[in-house]
Design a protein around this ligand. Sequence first.
Ligand code: AMP
Ligand code: ZN
Length: 465
Amino acid sequence: MKLYNTKSKLVEEFIPNNDKEVKLYTCGPTVYHYAHIGNLRSYIMEDVLEKTLNYLGYNVTRCMNITDVGHLSSDSDTGEDKMLKGAKRENKTVLEIAKMYTDAFFEDCKKLNIKKPEIVAPATEHIPDYIKVIEKLLEKGYAYQSNGNIYFDITKLDDYYSLTNHKEDEMVVGAREDVEEDLDKKNPGDFVLWFTKSKFDDQELKWNSPWGIGYPGWHIECSCISMKYLGEFLDIHCGGVDNIFPHHTNEIAQSEGYLGHKWCNYWFHVEHLNDSTGKMSKSKGEFLTVSLLLEKGYNPLAYRMFCLESHYRKQLVFTYEGLDNTANAYDKLKNRVKKLKENAVGEVDFEVVKIYKQKFVDALSNDLNTALALTTLFEVLKLDTNNKTKLCLIEDFDKVLSLDLLKEDEIDSNLLEYINQMIKKRNEAKQNKDYEIADAIRNELLEKGIIIKDTREGTTFELRG
Ligand code: AMP
Ligand code: ZN
């Protein structure tokens, strides 16, 4: 397995610390809003990574945090806490919105066939772990107390900036818009481990600590949760590219300062999904969610396939036109598999299975080339072999692709509601002799693979695929 490592900036052979055991950590969602489909691109590709490792015979233990405290509006130490902002927006408590958006996140993951990690750890449930690590960092001289807050002193490490291309002189006030002057810090790049004093709105959730009542910084949660559940030696750490700096850079500083040795070997980062105006982000206000795609009649797995069609290290621009193309290809794919199932004859030809399995493995082992893995799937459909052999390969590939290729379609309730609404609108248009509107509705449905049929009993529909 070859993987690009952000740390070395090279595609490297993946060698776990402990034979076939892989310890994998994923930065989880900040649960102050729904996840947008950009966030979910990262989680889809991390899911493919985990499933590829399993497919290749590794045993993966995966842990994910849930950020329900400490993530400020800027990824550095400024701005309001995002959770507090979300709670105010919705007139709820922080814990209420944390629960609601955590549940919504895992619902979205389910719809996208993203496996839930076996260890899911909310940040607010690990306060004693942060205190233990911060105490040790103070003891070892990596951290200092200043005007109520505890800071990490980045000059205590030789290679603080090793994960990122940032230069120290970019961290001075004025060079970057997220760097604010903080006279309590020894160095402009130092970051907060524990807050007792913030110039922003007061926190709803605070805890006792040896330094006073306060709350943890965002970065410390991932270091502590990862070390607690996955141990001192981590194989792979994942996130979106925006996490490289400062979040992951600070995680390395804290964990290695605490442990006194190298912590994580491979850093896996997924490039952003952009919309026509740039990076998709929750703070922009309106953003695309899985529910919105469902309301518009898309199968979430068409979005999963849309992500698999491009490489995780390339930026991806989302357009409805692009998604329509993939949704059509997905419907056709399911239709072809359905036909194979209806006529599943022959004996599995294991020679053919071996050759195409190897092609699939080669694609994924080459820094997760999911587009090539999909091409291999399409090659299998075209093979001059019996249907049983093709189905055997498709079932096997779907362990990683997770596109439900062999599953019979059940119509999602949101999709059903959308279709019924559209049929109703079309019937009204027809009654009003507004045939242009009626045709436009039929065509809109057709583009999504929904075929309208007018029968004597009324209007029905059929899904292509
Ligand atoms: P958050 O909920 O903001 O903490 O982000 C959750 C995950 O989504 C993190 O790993 C981010 O790096 C990632 N992420 C944020 N925006 C995007 C985007 N537009 N495209 C892909 N991944 C993203
Ligand atoms: Zn994290």
